[in-house]
Design a protein around this ligand. Structure first.
Ligand code: SF4
Ligand code: SF4
Length: 379
């Protein structure tokens, strides 16, 4: 097999099952997008027919619909509510077991069992979101052991998008629709054929094992053209050129009140966001008072409790919380981590029950603040 066939192969649609078989033979639990209760959710799969063949998603602010098109496209859907986040940053992670012992307490750390999981169908925005989570949980001042164990077992098969949703704006964020990295293998779906490209030594090994022929220059060019067309078709964009200053200057803008009047503080936007990492801890003691479990749970800056510190709620109004979320996500995140906290997946727009759209809110909030528009400060 030539070097190029090790890194870029032509995988016929009919042979996609071979990829699943090879991954399972290597000991991975294979997880992919499946149709469940009217939405796309990650579930364990064994066969190609478990994937959402022929399904397509329609997403609008506050709306999500699946429809069957009758086509044989395997990855016609873009994404469901969950990104890759739960695979590494678990929604509930037991951390410690505390029990009475010898008149005092014994504390035992709880770590997840290592598991090899191959996730098929991650999008460019999902990969960009996971890279941000890695930066927070692995590459910062404190390495999170539970996250590291879960992350270590992941093998990721990405899929480049060839169809954009009306809510997508990854092209304007520079994160997609062509995946920038972070995958072991990446597929681009064409008619009856995939371009399969390896992104890691483990991915190259899998590509060699499924024994695909080298991709032709025509196939590579066609795949690239379809992804570029997808980028051009995106109707939303987020204007981030004036960040972080533009949003800092909008701190007292009256539009925050208008958004707050619509926001329900339900926290959906933060639960579906691939980059949000707020969490809390809870104790679960047994009824006998002998032992207690200390666990970490996803939390949201939209809840009353999250803003409660030392006898005072520092963000009592919904306006405070929405402003805090958007300003962190799009402005102070840049100073904290060197990137935007938004990867342009559009999930918070779709899954907001009242259809609040951060791209529109930002336009109003920063319209007069963005230097490119000619006036450095809003009124
Ligand atoms: S803020 Fe919204 S669009 Fe941006 S990454 Fe989070 S969920 Fe996706
Ligand atoms: S912006 Fe929408 S999803 Fe987020 S808390 Fe408010 S109502 Fe819920």
């Amino acid at each position: 097999m030539t070097r190029s066939s090790e890194t870029r192969g032509a995988l016929p649609l009919a042979d996609l099952q071979r990829l699943l078989d090879v991954l399972q033979a290597k000991g991975y639990r294979v997880v992919g997008p499946t149709v469940h209760d009217g939405a796309i959710v990650w579930e364990s799969i064994r066969r190609m027919s478990d994937l959402p063949v022929g399904w397509r998603d329609r997403q609008e602010p506050g709306q999500y619909r699946l429809e069957q098109t009758g086509s044989n496209h395997v990855f016609g859907i873009a994404h469901g509510p969950n990104s890759l986040k739960p695979f590494a940053f678990a929604p509930r992670e037991p951390l410690l077991q505390i029990e009475r012992a010898n008149g005092g307490f014994a504390v035992h750390s709880r770590l997840p069992q290592p598991e090899k999981i191959a996730v098929i169908g991650a999008r460019a925005c999902d990969l960009a979101g996971l890279a941000i989570q890695d930066q927070i949980f692995l590459n910062g001042a404190y390495r999170d052991t539970s996250y590291a164990i879960r992350r270590e077992g992941l093998f990721i098969v990405g899929v480049n998008c060839t169809r954009a949703l009306s809510t997508c704006f990854c092209a304007s964020m520079g994160t997609g629709p062509h995946a920038q990295g972070g995958y072991d293998l990446i597929l681009t779906e064409l008619d009856e054929m995939f371009l399969a490209e390896a992104g890691s030594p483990a991915g190259r090994e899998v590509l060699t094992d499924i024994a695909v022929p080298a991709a032709s220059a025509t196939l590579i060019a066609e795949a690239s053209a379809r992804v570029e067309a997808c980028a051009r078709s995106q109707v939303r964009r987020l204007e981030s050129s004036g960040m972080p200053q533009a949003l800092y200057e909008a701190h007292d803008h009256p539009h925050w009140d208008e958004v707050a009047a619509r926001c329900l503080a339900c926290a959906n936007c933060t639960m579906v966001c691939p980059t949000c990492f707020c969490h809390t801890v809870e104790e679960t003691p047994d009824l006998a008072g002998e032992r207690s479990e200390h666990a970490r749970l996803w939390d949201s800056c939209f809840t009353q409790e999250h803003g409660y510190i030392h006898g005072k709620n520092i963000r009592p109004a919904i306006k405070d919380r929405y402003r805090m979320w958007l300003t962190h996500k799009l402005a102070s995140w840049i100073e904290q981590f060197g990137t935007s906290g938004c990867v342009g997946c559009g999930r918070c727009i779709t899954w907001c029950p009242v259809g609040i759209d951060l791209t529109e809110e930002l336009q109003v909030l920063c319209k007069a603040s963005i230097p490119a528009k000619g006036n450095p400060k809003h009124a």
